[in-house]
Design a protein around this ligand. Structure first.
Ligand code: ADP
Ligand code: MG
Length: 256
């Protein structure tokens, strides 16, 4: 186990988060190996988005520890000992997150959207930031859209820009929160295709998705949550094809 932990890219111990008196995450433990793809599944309200946001520190946990790569954060429940802004920024730069709604900068071109983080946060020289952005936009199939504005793109194209923008920070981990849920059905495939390619590249990823066939194909591991706890986890095909817990069985029955 000790050996396995050293190879884990993400380590989560005893994670707790409440909003008011509603405990949304109740003692979560998770180990995700480098290069692994984890599908985080479960009914609405089970805490999936909150867990992703905690991994990215968009939401600050109450208790527990999170390590991503070599960056580690401990929370004691003591509000006077929260991490400072610089520690948070360093930690966050290590994880890229893509949301259901694209959150692109509307007044910037596609290329500027992807260059912005490397320029302002990583302080890359402009030529280098441009080169990196162009390469990533080519990777997601948008090399001919670099000068367009987000409003000129389809939802699938916007989401591919959002992925390129996250990758431009060269994160060790990518987090995807229902990134195809707001798309017209015919645009889902092009976004899943990009995620599938990242998996083949060996990117460590956690994805919340309703695309069960995709999760079964691309994920190594499924983590099934309900009411803030992990009910069941294991190899993706095993959990999806042969769930053990009755709540997990009920959940997957809707997709079979
Ligand atoms: P999921 O992504 O699995 O649907 P969420 O993590 O979004 O679940 O939400 C889990 C629970 O936490 C829900 O009951 C939700 O209403 C609550 N919650 C999430 N964010 C907040 C917040 N900022 N303030 C209060 N309650 C929240
Ligand atoms: Mg959610």
């Amino acid at each position: 186990m000790k050996h396995a932990r050293r190879h884990a890219m993400i380590d989560i111990h005893g994670l707790q988060k409440s909003f008011g008196d509603h405990m949304v995450l109740k003692d979560i433990h998770m180990h995700i190996n480098k290069g692994a793809v984890v599908a985080l599944l479960g009914p609405s309200g089970s805490g999936k988005s909150t867990l992703l946001r905690c991994i990215n520190l968009l939401t600050i946990p109450d208790k527990g520890s999170i390590r991503v790569g070599s960056h580690e954060m401990h929370y004691s429940g003591d509000a006077t000992r929260l991490p400072g802004d610089r520690a948070l920024a360093r930690f966050r730069a290590n994880t890229g997150m893509v949301f259901q709604h694209f959150n692109l900068f509307p007044h910037m071109t596609v290329l500027q959207n992807v260059m912005e983080g490397p320029l302002t946060v990583l302080r890359l020289p402009k030529a280098q930031a441009r080169e990196r952005a162009q390469a990533l936009l080519a990777k997601v199939g948008l090399q001919d859209k670099v000068d367009q504005r987000p409003e000129q793109l389809s939802g699938g194209q916007k989401q591919r820009v959002a992925i390129a923008r996250a990758l431009a920070m060269q994160p060790q981990v990518m987090l995807f929160d229902e990134v195809t849920s707001a798309l017209d059905p015919e645009l889902v495939g092009e976004v899943l295709g990009v995620i599938r390619e990242l998996a083949l590249d060996g990117m460590t990823m956690v994805l919340v998705t309703h695309e069960m066939a995709f999760a079964r194909e691309v994920a190594d591991q499924v983590v099934f949550m309900r009411d803030g706890v992990v009910l069941e986890s294991g190899p993706a095909k095993e959990v999806i094809d042969n769930p053990q817990h009755s709540a997990t069985q009920q959940f997957f029955a809707r997709y079979h």
